[in-house]
Design a protein around this ligand. Structure first.
Ligand SMILES: Cc1ncc(COP(=O)(O)O)c(C=O)c1O
Length: 402
């Protein structure tokens, strides 16, 4: 099924302002049905969840529970208990870093292409808890050999933390195989799905991972809400990051008894409107179809990649289009990435990201581009003409440097 992009674009009035939004890997736009759904919480049943018997609280609780079920279905999790709402992907990763019970000498395996959110929490554990961080390198294309993973993972490995899709190279990592290797050694696997869940069908059942994190704001939802999926038996190994109101079964002057997950992991009043908004974003994505969205993005990415690679002085990072999602990072030789991004905005209202994209080890130690890169990233509402415009402005920039 082809996406009906012109119809989809009508749900994003911000696009009528003449902008070309190609910064989707940083954060996506939000369609009207999602905004409306959040507004209906504020207009019709604005109350706290879980704690009230009155009708507004009951309705809010019901809607939030429905949201949890929606997310559960979206990633094919087995039970509602496995879906923990967080602030964002970063908080989910920190919840695992802080929540697992580490001992000196445990190993964590991760890669050099990770976003800082899936890197520095592990560095901190290495500094604070005597855990050893084992790094898997990548080729400039982002190719990570499974042999390297085989060598890195051992019986000391407690956790393998790996991104599903690189936020710079756009490459898709062979997570299923990584999970197989890790589980052979009794290690848990955390998958950073911040760049995969919004753009392709993702099933935790198929991946077999123990933890998966992602953020609402990158998948048409609002800011302020994310998800930590934790497989039921992996949950048993996790202590909550924060406790307080909403997380207990009983409290007395002598102590407390924590509630079972997910409630025991969601301290304080949750982001109610945001959670409901995220579920609506998921419904929107499902209506259009994750397979169709992925196919649409692949087509645009091929055009983007082919167009940019034919321009003199342009260097693209990562694998060929057949092996990447909708992210293309590049540089124009002789110009810094921020200058290129500013020119794209000033000349044609094209929004792209520039800098290191929270992936300094990758830019410095793998790509040897400490200045960072320019990153264009597509989503379901982008169209061919927008890609052509980006290519023609980059061409002009390149020509002006001749
Ligand atoms: C691969 C990856 N992981 C983690 C994150 C962090 O997401 P958030 O800032 O929403 O926590 C990002 C955001 O850019 C990302 O691209």
């Amino acid at each position: 099924m082809m996406l009906r992009v012109d119809r989809i674009r009508k749900d994003f009035p911000i696009l009528d302002t003449g902008i070309i939004y190609l910064d989707n890997a940083a954060s996506s736009l939000t369609p009207e049905p999602v905004i409306e759904r959040m507004l209906s919480f504020y207009r019709e049943y604005r109350a706290n969840v879980e704690r009230g018997v009155h009708r507004l609280s009951q309705r809010a609780t019901h809607e939030m529970e429905e949201a949890r079920r929606e997310i559960q279905r979206f990633i094919s999790a087995s039970a509602r208990e496995e879906i923990i709402f967080t602030k964002n992907a970063t908080e989910g990763i920190n919840a695992v870093a802080r929540g697992l019970r580490w001992k000196r000498g445990d190993h964590i395996v991760t890669t050099l292409i990770e976003h800082h959110s899936n890197f520095i929490p592990w560095q901190r554990l290495a500094q604070d808890c005597g855990v050893r961080l084992v790094l898997v390198r990548a080729s400039r294309e982002g190719e990570i050999s499974l042999d390297d993973f085989e060598r890195a993972v051992s019986d000391q490995t407690k956790l393998v933390a790996v991104t599903h899709v690189s936020n710079v190279l756009g490459c898709v990592l062979p997570v299923k195989e990584v999970v197989r290797i890790a589980h052979e050694h009794g290690a848990l696997v955390l998958v950073d799905g911040a760049q995969s869940v919004p753009h392709m069908p993702v099933s935790v059942r198929k991946l077999g991972c123990d933890f998966l994190v992602f953020s609402g704001h990158k998948m048409l939802g609002p800011t302020g809400v994310g998800v930590l999926y934790a497989r039921a038996d992996a949950l048993a190994e996790l202590d909550p990051l924060a406790i307080g109101g909403g997380t207990i079964d009983e409290v007395s002057s002598k102590g407390y008894k924590l509630a079972k997950p997910p409630e025991g992991f969601e301290a304080g009043t949750p982001p109610i409107a945001e959670t409901i908004g995220l579920a609506e974003a998921v419904r929107y994505l499902r209506t259009h179809g994750m397979t169709a969205i992925a196919a649409h993005e692949r087509k645009l990415t091929r055009e983007l990649y082919d167009g940019l690679s034919s321009i003199e002085r342009v260097e693209i990072y990562g694998p060929p289009p057949s092996k990447r999602t909708g992210i293309v990072a590049f540089n124009v030789e002789g110009l810094g990435p921020h200058d290129v991004a500013a020119t794209l905005d000033n000349a044609a209202k094209i929004m792209v990201r520039s800098g290191h994209h929270c992936a300094m080890p990758l830019h410095r130690e793998v790509l040897n581009r400490p200045q960072g890169s320019v990153r264009a990233s597509v989503y379901l509402y982008n169209k061919k003409e927008e890609i052509e415009r980006l290519i023609s402005v980059v061409e002009e920039i390149s020509r002006s440097l001749a």
